[in-house]
Each structure stands twice: as structure tokens, then as C-alpha cells.
Design a protein around this ligand. Structure first.
Ligand SMILES: Nc1ncnc2c1ncn2[C@@H]1O[C@H](COP(=O)(O)OP(=O)(O)O)[C@@H](O)[C@H]1O
Ligand SMILES: [Mg+2]
Length: 303
């Protein structure tokens, strides 16, 4: 109460001044006061007028909301991680098991070709070889499909060669599939980030590209990867119609929300801007620091 009166006296606007009171039964309540001093003709404050609200329940609800937001965020992070582990496992299994079986078939086929050459009857030999060739081709096509499926589940290049190579590969594939001209600029030869951050950035990148293909009507996309004052920055810019303002934070924009949540896991953030007729830019910034980029950078600009 004293603080309130002092605040009023100091000429501050004491709106919503919060204070704690301890009731006779020992319980603590949070109050919010709002008031003003009334001055007499000699400019002295003879009394004050105002209201005091008990905001204990509102405060508690706010704290609970904040806590449940944090829990949701942690849950989302865990879901991403589990999903990524699962995808990696399935990709490996498909690659190793199916890939292995198909390679075995190739060996059998080459044995068949050799054996069939010993057949005396030319007509039988020719038709057999035609059949074997067709089989061989379909095995090759299946090997390609298996590779593609494994790659889409979890690009091995991300684990083997790192983020830069994976982004490059993804962008080339994107250009091939969509015909949208793509350019990739990066200021570091080999930015070796830790696996979680690489995966997070890669998935954000994939979502950004999917959006360009699906919504932008762009003919070009420019991707830049660089570090600035220790922060790690990834930009995807298209020359399409430009995202509408209300879509940027729209409740249905779950893809964009997912990008933000992923960046937030590393203390970073995503900025989306659109100019009608000029294009859309998605910028992901991961700051340095405890969970930030510099600890994670093995290579960096100088090495
Ligand atoms: N590159 C872009 N150019 C134009 N509009 C975009 C672009 N990216 C996103 N949008 C708009 O923002 C919306 C939300 O995107 P997103 O959250 O990824 O959801 P979704 O792709 O499932 O529709 C899209 O439906 C689209 O209207
Ligand atoms: Mg999307």
C-alpha cells in the first residue's frame, strides 16, 4: 500500500501496480491496484481513490498456461526426435535388407546369363536372354526405387557428409522435380554441425522448399547459408507471388509453426516475410551460445 501511495505521489501512472498481501490465516493473495491521488486547491493530496483487484487466480492460470506451453514444446521436441530415429532406422533397414537382397539377385542374374550362353538351341537361347535382360532392368529400377525411398526417409548424405552437402543434394533434386531454378550460396566449405541441429535445419529447409513448390508460383529460389556474429543463418527466398501477411501467423499455417518450433528447440527463430509479386523469404537464425551454433560448428569459415 505504501508503495502504491509513493508511486502515485511520484507522479507515476500507478495503473496495475501489483503487490502481495498475507491474510490473517497465512494465505498469500496477489492484488492489482489502480488509482490516483486527489489534490485539493493547494495542490496537496488529501486522499486517493482507486480499486484493488484480487488477481491471484488469474496469475495462477497464467503460470499454468505457461507451464503447459513449455510441456507441449518439450513433447513436440521429443516427437520430432523419435520420428527422426524411426525414419533413420527404417531407412537403414530398407537400404540394407532390400538393397542386399536385390544385389544378391543381380549376382544370380549374371550367373543365369553365363549359363544361358551354353544353350545350343539359338531360338531358346535368344528368348531366354531377352527374359533375363528384362529381369535385370527391373531389378535395376527397383534398386533405384529402394535408394530413393531410403533417401526420402532419411538422407544418408546428411549423416555422412553433413548439412551443406545435404542441402545441396536436396536443392538439386528440387530443381529437377519442379523445374524451379535454384541457387545455393554458402560461406563455409564444411559447416559441421551436430546431428540434431543439422537434422532440424534440414527439415525446416525441406518444408520451406515444399511451400515454394506448392504455393509460390516462383521460377527461382535462392538459398543462402552463412554465419553472422556467431549466429547461424539459413535463408530461402523465392520470386513468387509473396506470402499473404495473415498466413504468416495464421492458425492453419502448421508447416510454418513446425518450422518455428524446430528453430526454438535450438534457441533460434524463423522470420517469414512476403511482398506481393516480389516473393517470399524464410530466414532461420540460430544464435551462438549454450545450445547455439558455434559450439556445434566443427569446421566453420576458417577450417
Ligand atoms: N513460399 C510461399 N509463397 C507464397 N505463399 C506461401 C509460401 N509459403 C507458404 N505460403 C502460404 O502460407 C500458408 C501456410 O503455409 P504452411 O504453414 O506451410 O501450410 P501448408 O503448406 O500446409 O498450407 C500456405 O497455405 C500458403 O498460402
Ligand atoms: Mg507447408
Amino acid at each position: 500500500m505504501q508503495r502504491w501511495i509513493e508511486a502515485c505521489g511520484a507522479g507515476q501512472s500507478p495503473d496495475d501496480l501489483e503487490f502481495r498481501v498475507i491474510l490473517p490465516d497465512g494465505s498469500v493473495r496477489l492484488l492489482s491496484g489502480r488509482g490516483k491521488l486527489i489534490y485539493d486547491t493547494e495542490n496537496r493530496p488529501p486522499y486517493m481513490a482507486g480499486t484493488v483487484n484480487d488477481i491471484t487466480d488469474r496469475k495462477r492460470a497464467e503460470e499454468q498456461l505457461q507451464a503447459s506451453r513449455e510441456q507441449l514444446r518439450a513433447l513436440t521436441g521429443r516427437l520430432h526426435a523419435v520420428r527422426e530415429e524411426e525414419r533413420t532406422r527404417i531407412a537403414r533397414e530398407i537400404h540394407d535388407e532390400l538393397g542386399g537382397a536385390l544385389t544378391g539377385m543381380k549376382v544370380d542374374v549374371s550367373f543365369l546369363i553365363k549359363s544361358s550362353e551354353m544353350i545350343k538351341n539359338e531360338a531358346v537361347k535368344a528368348s531366354l536372354i531377352t527374359g533375363i535382360d528384362a529381369l535385370n532392368e527391373s531389378i535395376d529400377a527397383t534398386i533405384q526405387t529402394v535408394r530413393r525411398i531410403a533417401m526420402e526417409l532419411r538422407p544418408g548424405v546428411l549423416d555422412d557428409l553433413g548439412l551443406v552437402a545435404a542441402l545441396e543434394w536436396q536443392l538439386k533434386d528440387f530443381q529437377k522435380r519442379t523445374g524451379i531454378r535454384s541457387e545455393f550460396l554458402h560461406s563455409a566449405e564444411d559447416i559441421g554441425l551436430d546431428a540434431d541441429l543439422s537434422t532440424g535445419l534440414f527439415r525446416i529447409f525441406q518444408e520451406a522448399l515444399t511451400n515454394v513448390a506448392r504455393h509460390s508460383d516462383a521460377t527461382e529460389v535462392h538459398v543462402r547459408l552463412h554465419s553472422e556474429a556467431g549466429s547461424f543463418i539459413l535463408e530461402v527466398e523465392d520470386n513468387g507471388k509473396g506470402i499473404e501477411k495473415e498466413k504468416i501467423l495464421g492458425s492453419r499455417s502448421l508447416g510454418l509453426l513446425g518450422m518455428r518450433e524446430r528453430a526454438l528447440m535450438f534457441g533460434g527463430h524463423v522470420t517469414v516475410t512476403g511482398i506481393p509479386g516480389i516473393g517470399t523469404r524464410v530466414t532461420v537464425e540460430i544464435p551462438p551460445g549454450e545450445k547455439g551454433s558455434m559450439d556445434r560448428v566443427r569446421g566453420g569459415e576458417n577450417g
